[in-house]
Ligand binder design. Sequence first.
Ligand SMILES: [Fe+2]
Length: 308
Amino acid sequence: MFALAHLSDPHLPLPAPDSGSARSFSAKRISCLLSWKTKRVAIHRPEILEALLADIEAAAPDHIVVTGDLINISLPREFAAARGWLAGLGAPDRVTVVPGNHDRLVDDLPWQEALGRWHSYMCGDERMNGAPAFPFVRRRDPVALVGLSTAVPTPIFQASGHLGRDQIEAAKERLVELGREGVCRIVLLHHPPVAHGRRAHPRKMLRDHAEFCEAVGSAGAELMLHGHSHRFALGRIELKNGGYVPVLSVPSGSARIGNGDTAAGWNLYRVHRQPGGAWRIEVTSRGLDASGAFVTRGRFSLVLNNAS
Ligand SMILES: [Fe+2]
């Protein structure tokens, strides 16, 4: 059995200003900074994130994934502070990160001052010291984590994501190879690839979701995990062989209670290999209740036999 914890969108507190620079004041950053100061700072609370992490620790997972939006306006001091937060979460071989739109709000920083800070948490096993590359693959027997980046800078008031044809094609190839190896393929990305019964908002959606779902539909995968929506959801991508890939999201890891149905939560996936090659994945959703405690919000099992 392999136990995987999934949290997302922690939106860590904005560190106090340092010397700053002109590049910190792009229109995109200003609009997000206003949103943080007028609304988000009251929603995303560090003490709630701390309680969520204690709840995860009590479950003693083998690995933790964070599906993006660790920070808010992509300032150098936020990347540095988030690197320290990741170090507290676990060593890079036990924690995997994919970036969200808030982690790549604009492209005006050297990579080493921005996402490069998190590189050891966001790369394949064979590329620990290499350049950024997506998709990356991390093998944690019997699981293979396939990390994608949907994070692209967008115009003001937009938060959409994009994978691009090259990344989709590479992901398809890797998923086919991993399927032949018989591992449990778990795909990680920030933006939802499916609408979960809601109308996908063009300002926030994964723009090439149709191409991506088409590729996954023929390559196969066992599980797909994402963030961005700040809520628990379970959807699916239909496979051409008749099966399906469950698509799950979790709320922000730091959202306070009273924020609709989106108070903080996380998922635990217990992966079991079944006789005959199928996978059974037990899902436990844990969320904040009115007393401030984390409780089980839902529990169900998925049985999948998607390798072709
Ligand atoms: Fe997001």
